[in-house]
Design a binder for this molecule. Structure first.
Ligand code: SF4
Length: 240
């Protein structure tokens, strides 16, 4: 009897925990209950503090569960043209998070964000800043490739961006860099051109956000590279 009450208490705590992370339902199989409860049973040394309220969570577990929750997502029409869902990658403890617009052809084929030419430029920049790609977190506003690399449409952004918001909530980076117009507009809700916004920190739920040019734009306009480099110097200063 005592054990049952303990188990019910643990289940209730687990449900509250995942609800605070933004999950709206949990596809719980009996066989997975122990695994779902495991973040609450982890030793303090295995946990990471994510929230100002002092709640400790296992970031990788939460990201894995979010990915599982997305499943073989058909929530918007981008599902029809994709090969793979590009969830995002990097460290769940990343101090710095980059957010782009959506996967391109290479990303769609390999299931990883920013690995085409624009991604190579972003990776070069990260390395030049003295970090490794694995140290940061990289994600997009939409997780499936819009055909012909068109901009994602409003309904697609509305369907997909809650997943990104949950990733941000799990990772709680110290700084976010929005790469380009779509990421900046979606996260910050502003329509001001990126050329006017870049270079200054804005705020998203208490996290400083630096809007800057998308690497694909920098490939077409190499002269603007130094502006983004300048923005990244400000970001690095904020991180130290
Ligand atoms: S873009 Fe997002 S919401 Fe749309 S199908 Fe892909 S994962 Fe689902």
């Amino acid at each position: 009897m005592h054990n049952n009450i303990d188990t019910i208490k643990k289940i209730r705590k687990a449900i509250e925990f995942y609800r605070e992370l933004g999950f709206v339902y949990m596809p719980v199989k009996k066989s997975r209950i122990a695994e779902i409860l495991s973040p609450l049973a982890s030793k303090p040394s295995e946990m990471k503090q994510h929230s100002g309220a002092g709640r400790t969570v296992n970031g990788q577990e939460a990201l894995n569960l979010l990915r599982e929750n997305i499943g073989d997502c058909q929530r918007c029409k981008l599902s029809g043209g994709r090969n793979t869902i590009v969830f995002g990658e990097g460290s769940p403890d990343a101090p710095l998070m980059f957010i782009g617009e959506g996967p391109g052809r290479d990303e769609d084929l390999q299931g990883r964000p920013f690995i085409g030419d624009a991604g190579k430029l972003l990776t070069k920049m990260i390395v030049k800043l003295g970090m490794k790609r694995e140290d940061v977190y990289i994600a997009n506003i939409v997780k499936c490739r819009p055909s012909y690399n068109r901009n994602p449409e409003e309904d697609e952004i509305n369907s997909c961006s809650p997943f990104l918001l949950q990733q941000i909530e799990i990772i709680r980076p110290s700084v976010i860099v929005c790469l380009g117009k779509i990421a900046t507009e979606t996260l910050l809700g502003v329509k001001t051109p990126i050329s006017k916004l870049r270079g200054n920190f804005l705020d998203f739920n208490g996290i400083p956000v630096m809007p800057t040019f998308h690497p694909a734009y920098l490939l077409r306009n190499p002269k603007a590279k130094w502006l983004t480099w300048d923005d990244m110097q400000k970001v690095m200063k904020r991180l130290t």
